[in-house]
Design a binder for this molecule. Structure first.
Ligand code: NAP
Length: 248
């Protein structure tokens, strides 16, 4: 894999899967803009790790569900590096609750951060990618968006939305040399899955054919491949990285 001369934006890149993606892209040569929200220390730490590999990168704090913040994120990338070749829509949150108890806020928040953000970031980078006649969009969905999961109606709807969005964008921009794909991770060991109770965790783990949780690095490897020139003929696809869990 070689992503030298490529500039990537990774949303929610301060920790978990986003951090692993940012580091992997840098490892194979990309310049990486690490986006995160809230405390800047994690994203700045990731940029330090990137610089320690003798690669370039910067941290840009922005709320990916805000159009003004997203426009600033992309404008800052262009101002600093004059191009944007790879967008990884990774930022995501959960607000789990059985549907009968789910509040409007739980629904709206998850839709904004997990789905609207993908629309905003993709639209903002596409303007540049269309001009460059080159680009890679990789969005992190979830197998929950394919098979469903009790207590996650908002999250599953947002992740299923990412899949429909990705398939459509792939068709709209194919003629411009731009691909759009989604990754559907299964059960990956991060802060997001730490929130699960021990019983829920064991029950989920027993449903993974490979028998163990994935790591952020497992997801990052798949993202990096889809971002390369070698993956040029793959678009509009959903790649499950789930240890066989979804079985689809
Ligand atoms: P995580 O550890 O909770 O990290 C999520 C990152 O997104 C954090 O750095 C967070 O920043 C950032 N973020 C949250 N809201 C944001 C916003 N409005 N704007 C910008 N950044 C924001 O989660 P993860 O497990 O690495 O998950 C990464 C992606 O993979 C998500 O889309 C998730 O749905 C998906 N996924 C995860 C799993 C899994 O098993 N872990 C499975 C399937 C899919 P803060 O530090 O400020 O919160």
């Amino acid at each position: 894999m070689d992503l030298s001369d490529r500039v990537a934006i990774v949303t929610g890149g301060g920790r978990g899967i986003g951090r692993a993606i940012a580091l992997k892209l840098a490892e194979v040569g990309a310049t990486v803009v690490v986006n995160d929200f809230g405390d800047p220390a994690p994203a700045e730490g990731v940029v330090e790790e990137i610089k320690a590999m003798n690669q370039s990168g910067m941290a840009v704090m922005a709320d990916v569900s805000s159009v003004a913040d997203v426009d600033r994120l992309v404008a800052t990338t262009i101002d600093n590096y004059q191009q944007v070749d790879i967008l990884v829509n990774n930022a995501g949150i959960t607000r789990d609750q059985l549907l009968l108890r789910m509040t409007d806020e739980d629904w709206d928040m998850v839709m904004s951060v997990n789905l609207k953000s993908v629309f905003l970031c993709t639209r903002a980078v596409l303007k540049h990618m269309v001009r460059q006649r080159r680009g890679r969009i990789v969005s992190i969905a979830s197998i929950v968006g394919i098979v469903g999961n009790a207590g996650q109606a908002n999250y599953a709807a947002a992740k299923a939305g990412i899949i429909g969005f990705t398939r459509t964008v792939a068709k709209e921009v194919a003629s411009r040399g731009i691909t759009a794909n989604a990754i559907a991770p299964g059960f990956i060991d991060t802060k997001m899955t730490e929130q699960l109770g021990e019983k829920q965790r064991q029950e989920l783990q027993s449903r993974i054919p490979l028998g163990y949780l994935g790591t952020p690095r497992d997801v990052a490897e798949a993202v990096a491949f889809l971002a390369t020139e070698e993956a040029r003929y793959i678009t509009g696809q959903v790649l499950n990285v789930d240890g066989g869990m979804a079985g689809v």
